[in-house]
Write a protein that binds this ligand. Structure first.
Ligand code: SAM
Length: 256
C-alpha cells in the first residue's frame, strides 16, 4: 500500500490521480471541495481543503461514511468482529449476532460487500476473499486517520444535478468522476442522457470543475469535445502492454 488513505475497495477508484486533483484545487483558490461522484471516498480522504463534501447517489455507500462519522468506535469494533480470523471474514454478515447499533452493523455488512465484491475481478472466490481480508486488516491499521478525516466531511446523498445546484457558488470546486455509460460496475449506472445533462449543468456552473475520463474512451469526446489536457499514470501490476494509463481532464479553470 502506498501512503494515501484507503478505505473501500471499489471499481474506478481514482487514488492515483489524487495529487493532480489536489494541485488543481490549490490553483483554483476555492475553499470547498465537492466530490460529486464520491464512490470509495479515495479522493475525499486524501484532499486538503477547508471543507470537503463527499457525495454519492448510492445510499449504501453513503451509510458507511455516515456510520464512520457518527459512530467511529462502534464501526471499528464491527471491523474487529469482521476480521477476527480469515474464516470469520468469510462468513461475516451471514451469522446472526446481537448487534448494538443496527446502522453500524448494516454499514459493516455494506463495507464487507463492497470490499469483497469487485476488488478481485477474475480471481477465484477464495483468492478474492483472502485479498479482501488482508486489505481490510491494512485499512484498520490506518483507521484513526480515516475516521478523523471522515469526521470533518459533509456527507450528502444526492443526484449530481442536485448536489451541484446546492453548492454552486464562487467558493466551490467540483470534482467530477462519473460512471461510464454502458459499463455497469455500480449500483447506480449512468446513461447517455445523464452525460448530456452533465454537459448542460457544467456549461452554466459558477464554481470551478475538474472532470476526468479514460483518454481512450470515445463517449466523453463525443459529448464534451477534446479535453484540456491528458496525464499519463503508471498502471501498477498490469500486463506489460498496459504499463500506463492515460486520463483526459476537462476543466473550466483558466490558468494564468
Ligand atoms: C467512477 S465512480 C467514482 C469513483 C470515485 N472517484 C473513487 O475514487 O472511488 C462513480 C460513482 O458515481 C455514482 N453515481 C452514479 N450515478 C450518479 C448520479 N446520478 N449522481 C451522483 N452519483 C452517481 C456511483 O454510485 C459511483 O460510486
Amino acid at each position: 500500500m502506498r501512503n494515501e488513505n484507503r478505505f473501500l475497495k471499489y471499481p474506478g477508484t481514482k487514488i492515483t490521480l489524487v495529487k493532480d486533483i489536489q494541485k488543481e484545487f490549490v490553483i483554483s483558490g476555492r475553499r470547498i471541495f465537492v466530490d460529486v461522484f464520491g464512490g470509495s471516498g479515495s479522493v475525499s480522504l486524501n484532499m486538503q481543503a477547508e471543507q470537503i463534501v463527499y457525495n454519492d447517489i448510492d445510499p449504501e455507500l453513503v451509510s458507511i461514511f455516515k456510520a464512520v462519522k457518527m459512530h467511529p468506535e462502534e464501526f471499528y469494533s464491527e471491523m474487529c468482529i469482521m476480521t477476527e480470523s480469515e474464516s470469520d471474514f468469510l462468513t461475516y454478515g451471514s451469522k446472526p449476532v446481537n448487534w448494538k447499533n443496527k446502522k453500524v452493523r448494516d454499514a459493516g455488512i455494506s463495507f464487507h460487500n463492497f470490499t469483497t465484491g469487485f476488488g478481485g475481478k477474475g480471481e477465484t472466490y477464495s483468492t478474492r476473499e483472502k485479498g479482501a481480508y488482508q486489505y481490510t486488516v491494512k485499512v484498520m491499521q490506518n483507521y484513526n486517520i480515516i475516521a478523523k478525516k471522515v469526521k470533518e466531511f459533509t456527507i450528502e446523498n444526492l443526484d449530481f444535478r442536485e448536489i451541484i445546484a446546492k453548492y454552486d457558488d464562487s467558493d466551490s470546486f467540483f470534482y467530477i468522476d462519473p460512471p461510464y455509460p454502458g459499463r455497469n460496475w455500480y449500483n447506480f449506472s449512468f446513461s447517455m442522457d445523464d452525460m448530456k445533462d452533465l454537459k448542460a449543468v457544467l456549461s452554466k456552473i459558477k464554481g470551478i470543475y475538474l472532470m476526468n475520463f479514460n483518454r481512450d474512451d470515445p463517449i466523453p469526446k463525443e459529448i464534451f469535445g477534446n479535453p484540456q489536457y491528458t496525464i499519463k499514470y503508471e498502471n501498477k501490476n498490469a500486463p506489460p502492454d498496459q504499463e500506463y494509463r492515460y486520463y483526459a481532464y476537462y476543466t473550466n479553470l483558466k490558468k494564468k
